[in-house]
Ligand binder design. Sequence first.
Ligand code: 13P
Length: 251
Amino acid sequence: MRKPIIAGNWKMNKTAAEAKALIEELKPLVAKSKPEVVVCVPYTDLWAVKEAIEGSKIHLGAENVAWADSGAFTGEISADMLKEIGVEYVIIGHSERRQYFGETDESVNARLKQALKKELKPIVCVGETLTEREKNRTKRVLKKQVLEGFKDIAAEDFANIVIAYEPVWAIGTGKTATAEDANKTIGYIRSLVRKTWGAEVAKALRIQYGGSMKPANAKELMAERNIDGGLIGGAALKANDFAAIVNYKNA
Ligand code: 13P
């Protein structure tokens, strides 16, 4: 059985003071949560959030990690810097990083290897754009993202990896993939993993859906066989909405 994992991706939102307030509001609402709960927050919020989640079941995540140990990489943040704060998860290869900051499957692969080397748990994002979808290229795009993004990753490393399937056209648009469609595509991603890394790895791997996931559609999405959680953008910025997604079973 795969334990569901609901992660918030705050993106470039919330100052440290605002972050603290949001966590204080969220804590009692997710105290009895069944899924694993993660908040991936801006670097400048990490210390405040680390302190605020103390004694709760909320896990701490960052939104990226550098591929190098240290050195002349202005603006980057290393795995050691994150580890010292107590960061457990890191998002890698979010479509916004690919779209606005030149991230490629190659850079995703390098960051992924570094995260694993430093024992951070990567949440690796994949997903097709609207144009790719309309041109019937979804499978081809996902195959490339998985095979190149996870190149040379050992089967045993997948125990610490989460994949997030985020169709780019569904991010922040209010459009969600239908539960059935998301399930099917995630099933395809699982089959790609099966072919390269084996049935056991594919069966145990947690794959989230992301893209306009909200309280109103969480239960339906989470009911699907292949969907093991959600990566939540907008709705993660409101304690009530995020908690309602975490507690989707009670909806
Ligand atoms: P939204 O939930 O705002 O669509 O964002 C999804 C996302 O990109 C999470 O990483």
